[in-house]
Design a protein around this ligand. Sequence first.
Ligand code: AMP
Length: 365
Amino acid sequence: MKVGVLGAGQLGRMLALAGYPLGLKFLFLDPTPDAPAGQVAEQIVAPWDDPKALDALAHTDVVSYEFESVPDIAARTLAERVPVWPPPASLAVAQDRLREKEAFRELGIATAPFAAVDSEAELARAVSEIGTPAVLKTRRLGYDGKGQYVLRSAADVPKAWAAIGGVPLLLEGFVSFSRELSVLGVRGQDGRTAFYPLVENEHERGILRISRAPAPSTEPKLQARAETMSRSLLEYLGHVGVLALELFDVNGELYANEIAPRVHNSGHWTIEGARTSQFENHLRAISGLPLGDTSALGPAAMVNLLGEVPSPARLLALPDVHLHDYGKQPRPDRKVGHVTLRAPDFATLDARIADVQALLAAKNT
Ligand code: AMP
């Protein structure tokens, strides 16, 4: 079976590495030469809408995508010729923050108050309705906190509009969360679902730095609520594959922030930390195979490597540390790899995270 994938970044690379033991072959499409997945599998270097490239993908057995800025049209064109999972509907909803929030509302999933904004006057009106602080976001193509502006008061309207106005926007009430969580759900072609344990995520300047799994100090009822939210989204979208749902935990109440219709950075720990990795389960789902056990093997953490990969010799000298180098050129703040850490308990895990961070900080001085 050959899997076609739109996008050949690190998520694609990890999909390929998880798929080879299952006997799967891959064909990636990405305009960037020597992309991370292209270093381990066949890659067509061409624009997303290149007819020859799309024709080659249409000759695979199933097509998926590994980042959501893939033009919706490429996925929809392919879907006329070959099964595309997750379905283009999932992509369309995830690409537009307004549709995403409307889906949450329709499904009764709590989320911050929001309003669409297309002019400075609409922004002023939305700020008076929603109040401040509030976050102004681009509706499309925002990632890692890019295309966002936090308004502290109504007086910030002109500044916020000058910073990111001119494109379709969304204003959201600011959620004073106690922590950020995410839940990864997976749905098979037979409609069966499975869920990974909640993950606790630490961001810095909008970029994911550390995930801890299963999220420490989490009551089973929080996990159950997150699963209910994820299940209703999976079913609403007719989703097949992995779906990530980012959540704010406000003193035990969950608010949905956004979805990603794909494998997700906050699920990388599953490669060494869960019985079946998110990458394997995504592939099992899209190729019609039974889903694997999503339970954690014990406390695990994922630390993103930003900018450049430190010396493997020093990292791997630490106990139960696993390195993933994405094969990317170094660049400030670029996600170039990650490490997974495991430990028998959370206190030891935190000590090991501190050791990795000390090593990373030493590298940067
Ligand atoms: P996003 O691109 O929507 O995932 O936002 C990036 C990060 O900005 C999130 O992980 C949060 O830390 C923060 N953020 C986004 N939206 C809100 C909000 N409505 N209230 C508070 N923080 C937010």
